[in-house]
Design a protein around this ligand. Sequence first.
Ligand code: PEP
Ligand code: MG
Length: 746
Amino acid sequence: MPDGLESESRKLLGRLRDTMAEEAAGQARLDKICALTADSMGTEVCSVYLFRDDETLELCATEGLNPEAVHETRMKLGEGLVGRVARTGKVVNTADAPAEKGFRYMPETGEEIYSSFLGVPVQRLGEKLGVLVVQSKEKRQFTADEIYALEVVAMVLAEMTELGAFVGEGAALKARHTRPALIRGTTGQEGTAEGHVWLHEPRVVVTNLVSDDPETERTRLHAAVEELRISVDELLAGASGDADQVQVLEAYRMFANSKGWMRRMEEDIARGLSAEAAVEKEQSQARARMSQVSDAYLRERLQDLDDLSNRLLRNLTGQGRETGADLPDDPILVARNIGPGELLEYGRKLRGVVLEEGSVGSHAAIVARALAIPLVVHATRITNEALNGDQIMVDGDQGIVHLRPDDTVVSAFRDKMAMQAKAQERYASIRDKPTVTACGTQLHLHMNAGLMTDLPSLAGSGAEGVGLFRTELQFLVRNQMPKRTELAALYARVLDAAMGKRVVFRTLDIGSDKVLPYMKPNDEPNPALGWRAIRVGLDKPGVMRMQLQALLRAANGRPLTIMFPFIAQYDEYRLARAEVDKAIERETKLGHAIPETLEIGAMLETPSLAFAPRRFFEEVEFLSIGGNDLKQFFFAADRENERVRRRYDTLNVSFLTFIEGIVARCEDTGTPLSFCGEDAGRPVEALCLASMGLRTLSMRPASIGPVKSLLMRCHLDQVREVILEARERGEQSVRASVMAYLAENA
Ligand code: PEP
Ligand code: MG
């Protein structure tokens, strides 16, 4: 790049910095930036357009256009050339603007006399803030250097906007992060919560954007990158064995050594940016690209670059995760993503969790569900929008987040929470009553659990026992395989807390989405159909034997119930059961106490098991339908895939008929049957399952009240009749018919 241009650019940035430092109202600053830019670029016009709302841009300052049009001229996203820059995030550079497709002339601005047009997006970390434009009468195409210079001004503008430099008296600009925002995501865990934002990873704030000492900045950048390289190498040295982690770190190393990345940042510094501003400029561009690529691999790499930039920014600014802020009393955790261990560390202190990424089946979601904390995942842009301490309301039922809500939203939300609290009070009044329906049928409601912290709910919810204890959670939240003694102590505490109520311990159900951090992951084309649960247990019996021994020791003579997950055929049950027999033999030889009664059952999670030989049904001591998995295999619809997971209704007649068949087979052989998938905790679904003959349902503790309340008001025989008639009529799902019945009768 020619030296002259470099120093021009530095000069402009220097003048921008002085403007920023001056005591001036926001609007005056913005006006001055326009004047300086037009002057420096030799154009008659320089204008700033900023977003008023998601769809509307407003002319907020100008040099050269009619000043009366400021804050009057507005355009829609995509409208005219400015709207095109805003929509596409791409530069528009033309010598003959009126001849451009989509050109729209705004008469009030007086822009008709300007022929050349250069517009660049104003964006920060992938967030579109507006458009910066220069125009001139002379018909000319702008050079690459001029485009670059305008982009740098746009970046400074974006940073200054973020820092609130344009707020204040006379400014029509509102401070950033002050407006209410409604953010839509996906339900990770139902429930509602109100509180204040706690950022898991607070943003790095860059205040020094401009520097006129490029040598010093280059040295700082090199030192920070070197520090980063060393730390990545150290991490790599310590990460051997964990394929995923190694892959990510190698991608980090590749970027840290990337010449292109370094060169671009050095050029930015040569033009007058500080080292951190140069890093952030690269990061912003990577984010903008990220929002446009659909290729998952490429997105992940851009994500790596984003993480790396954050580390580099922390090195440069010395800002760590600790900001000195105190955890609010009612914290709602906001993060791009979080590991299960980290989430558990916060534990029940949290009122809610909002993740920008995450997924319904992620480990963090499993933990949030176990902790019964409302969770919204896929909350787009939340980490950019939210600031520590912002008021926030999380609607886990709808998958919606209200950030900095206005008064009407606050009162509507509080009404909803109050109604839910009232309903909870109503449920408390029936908590200790048996679940007997209006037609006199007795049902049994149990709860699902997985953590020690779940156990107090046993008394609080009125559950008759623990119908499913997911033992894998203990394995998932650790960094290494738990020891037998640790597990035995933990299971013993679970049994102590249950005070004689039945606890169904499900043996380790890993694989598919549940990957243990310390076990080498298998690269499987189809993990949900792959090496998981009992398949792992039987092929590598070491862990299963250790777990069975821990369970027997924990029981120490007390009754014990064990359930094997994902049994697809009779043989798998027989082999697993043989392991229990061997474990008992070993314990007996060692002189340890043997459970007074021992029940061994299986989960029915694949359609194949419903058609197992009669002998299986006679032999197994109980069965529990794992509806989450069973449904995904029945409809061939991945339970973790947002596109398909809600496509088939649980109340689809095919599925209910299938359930009816399983009930009939169990009645025939006298095999106790329960249902422990998520659907058991949804009142209408639970009612239909009961109407098809299920008598034991196991669900999240918070669901017991609502399910019980509905069941107690209903006649199962009548609901069954409604279902059978709907089936007769050829309805695909019985939902509408059942809802119509309930509207009249319940
Ligand atoms: C199920 O599949 O329904 C079940 C209860 O097990 P999990 O959700 O843990 O796979
Ligand atoms: Mg399952």
